[in-house]
Design a protein around this ligand. Sequence first.
Ligand code: KMH
Ligand code: ZN
Length: 279
Amino acid sequence: MSDKVIIAAAVVGAEVMRDQNPAVPYLPSEIAQAAVDAWREGAAVVHLHARWPDGRPSQRPEHFREIIDRIRAAGCDAVIQCSTGGAVGMPLDERLGSLVDGAEMGTLNMGTMNFGDDVFVNSRSDIVRVAARLRERGLVPECEIYDAGMLETLSWLIEKGHLSHPYHVQFVLGVPGGMSGTERNLRFLVEGMPERTHWTVAGIGRFELPMARVALGLGGHVRVGLEDNLYLSKGLLATGSHQLVAAAAGMARAAGREPASAGEARSLLGIAGASVPRS
Ligand code: KMH
Ligand code: ZN
């Protein structure tokens, strides 16, 4: 059990739109600002997607580069985690466009699943390919697990030598098509994890803050942000991901766990060297 809690902020995602919450950022400058605001409230990791100016999801390298440059230019030393999930329906080659210089972690989605009314495709050969690319680029993988069978895939990847420490696990609970955000589900998944593995939970929608509370009690880490949930409480839209990070940080302190700094997160996650922000 780690005393310090790593709070990750998922500030944009690929699915949520401004007509659902006007605080959803689209432009690189807006996404970078949302990341910096979340870091100021206690996020040590920022999970990044990118958008085109009209809000469509983008995995274009130049968008990710601009976001990262702006984050660093603001003096923010948060761990940069780039999505390789992108959006449903994107070819894998396009999804891998996010892994630009400056990224420190990349996501590794652990299987194919229904994702609402869509299908999120991650065949076993896709997963092996993403794992290899992350390794080539020296990035720490975050294994995204939405369903119990994906834990078996995690073990398979390790057994076959496609994945080894350092890696991180994130349970994403509440996607329609995956496991829902219940304490019972989370406890079951945590029990099935390989040894010496840190984990985070991202509760989707109304599961976000309740899952964060359970994770804090179980020694896990927490992800919040507009990618996963648009509301601070029932019927009340969040004014930005920073507000959800502030709520998570308050819950962490109340549970006796201080939010980790970016440097502390790097050492917990096994990220080599500190990335020095450009100010
Ligand atoms: N947008 C989802 C289909 C990730 O970032 O790697 C996938 C996703 C996971 O958001
Ligand atoms: Zn994502």
